[in-house]
Design a protein around this ligand. Sequence first.
Ligand SMILES: Nc1nc2c(ncn2[C@@H]2O[C@H](COP(=O)(O)OP(=O)(O)OP(=O)(O)O)[C@@H](O)[C@H]2O)c(=O)[nH]1
Length: 323
Amino acid sequence: MQANPCGHEWVVTITQQEEEPELDQALVDAVAGLGEFSRFAIYVNKFFKPGLPAQLINKDTVIEKLSEHEVNELIDKVSRNKIRISHNYGCIYTYVPVYYTGNVVGVLVIESNQELTERCSMLAIYMLNIYANQLALLHKSRLDPLTELLNRQTFDKKVIDIAAQAAHGVTHSDVNHRHWYLAMIDIDHFKRVNDNYGHVIGDEVILLVAQLLKNNFRFEDYVFRYGGEEFAILFQATDECDARNVLNRFRACVAEYPFPQVGSLTVSCGFLPICEFEMVASLVQKADNALYHSKNMGRNRITAYCELDIQDNKHNDDSIELF
Ligand SMILES: Nc1nc2c(ncn2[C@@H]2O[C@H](COP(=O)(O)OP(=O)(O)OP(=O)(O)O)[C@@H](O)[C@H]2O)c(=O)[nH]1
């Protein structure tokens, strides 16, 4: 993609991307289209939160990869000086800041033989700024507005990704040999909260439970508001016992939390491992079946889907014995 003088083409391409990998590629193509250099690397703190590492966007960069510390130092320097230039062994390095809402959230490193024109540098700044705005919009479109948890649409995509990984034999995804689990969690007797205290307090309860979820799960886990007062979690655990402990810790945390006005509340949960490719609806149905079992058994408890299977099998076995 050539960076045409008015910039129309790359602005359109970057702003029409709805998926992060394609958006990253559109930015890489736009920067490459500037044409005054061939080697560059783009680092962006994609969550725009201080303290989180900036990621390398063009992974096949031919510039030597910088460490997290080096990138942070560069971001700090461009924050103070806008565009920075340095000379090294006959090469010129230009460091261009990535702005988002006035803060510097990343840096583009360009290696060239000649100093870049001002027009080229300014176009690079605009591209990076528009990329960061589009990235923020994509992030927002994945969130539930009340709780800022991931929304239902994002849930479907993520489950498909994880189930596809399982189908390809990627049964454990990290060095600790942890597997993915799906849990559905529902606030018990939530209708009473609305009926007794009104919807504003009901919404506040949903928000507080969402915060407890965020605090109780790891950064690499995925927490969703599935709908109403129901939440879905995709998280990793070493085995069923480990998964149950994680969920039980959250259950206890809610049960002990003093909800303003309402007092105490509980949640029920159903969960299962994602071991092979399975349709999203089928996985959710199984987790929901386990969740309803928790409700039927008195609420404020966790049920693994395999517990239901055992009971179903026993039931089947019994019926066979009768004949
Ligand atoms: N305040 C508020 N209420 C909601 C929201 N979404 C769903 N609800 C309400 O949540 C209540 C859910 O009630 P039920 O599905 O009957 O379940 P429950 O009262 O939680 O009972 P159990 O699930 O059986 O423990 C309904 O009254 C919905 O109107 C929301 O975003 N805000």
